[in-house]
Design a protein around this ligand. Structure first.
Ligand code: PLP
Length: 227
């Protein structure tokens, strides 16, 4: 990726909105090789605030200076605006809470990892009826979600709901099908993989407070499904 970017003079941006604490080749996500990395602190994320928040990390001093200015109405000196920016400041209360939660991120991600393993074991062997998340060698996922795939997604989802298991779909409508892109080239795109994933993905309950017995109930409910 870095080579392609260098050859074509491109800037690489990482979307790590749901990857806090994930690692690639031993390095934490956000430590390069991307030029800058975007993070979300939306309450549901692995590192979530008690309101909206986000951050950008970069090793480039000029990008850092520009971002500090843009998030503050394009101002780096009081009452002087060098360009048009916006208000994207993270407030102190959120920052204080996130600082405390950051200290527990690895512990919480470790619990997510244990939960992912429990699903991997408990749901193994269902073949194409239920495809489990794949692990990319050399990476440590943050397990923000545990997403399975099945051709009977909607019926499995209804069955789980009747068993008292809440699931979500991330995401039911791919970007090229969004009304916002109607009338653009993106709407005309032929993207069969994205369309199939939107029909087949299902996010099972996942999080650092999920208990083994709750997971076993999910596993039993999935295994009890007859398409
Ligand atoms: C949550 C999320 C976003 C949006 O983050 P906000 O803080 O809501 O702006 C973007 N990309 C990915 C991959 C996400 O998971």
């Amino acid at each position: 990726m870095a080579d392609v970017a260098r050859r074509h003079d491109l800037v690489v941006l990482d979307d790590a909105a749901q990857a806090h604490g994930a690692r690639r080749d031993g390095r934490p996500v956000g430590g390069g090789p991307a030029h800058a990395t975007a993070w979300s602190f939306y309450p549901g994320k692995n590192l979530g605030a008690i309101g909206d928040g986000g951050a950008v990390t970069t090793s480039d001093p000029e990008t850092a200076r520009r971002l500090r200015s843009l998030r503050n109405y394009g101002s780096s000196e009081k009452y002087r605006h060098d360009e048009v920016g916006w208000n994207s400041r993270l407030d102190e209360i959120q920052a204080a809470l996130l600082t405390v939660k950051l200290g527990r991120l690895d512990e919480h991600n470790g619990r997510r990892e244990a939960a992912a393993r429990r699903y991997d074991d408990g749901l193994a062997g269902l073949g194409e009826e239920l495809e489990l998340p794949t692990r990319v060698p050399g990476t440590t996922p943050a397990w923000h979600l545990y997403v399975v795939r099945t051709p009977h997604r909607d019926r499995l989802r209804e069955h789980l709901s009747r068993c008292g298991v809440e699931t979500l779909v991330h995401y039911p409508v791919p970007p090229h099908r969004q009304p916002a892109f109607a009338g653009t080239g993106l709407a005309e795109a032929h993207l069969p993989v994205a369309d199939r994933l939107a029909r087949e993905v299902l996010s099972l309950p996942m999080g650092p407070t999920l208990r083994p017995e709750q997971q076993d109930a999910v596993i039993d409910a999935v295994r009890g499904f007859r398409p």
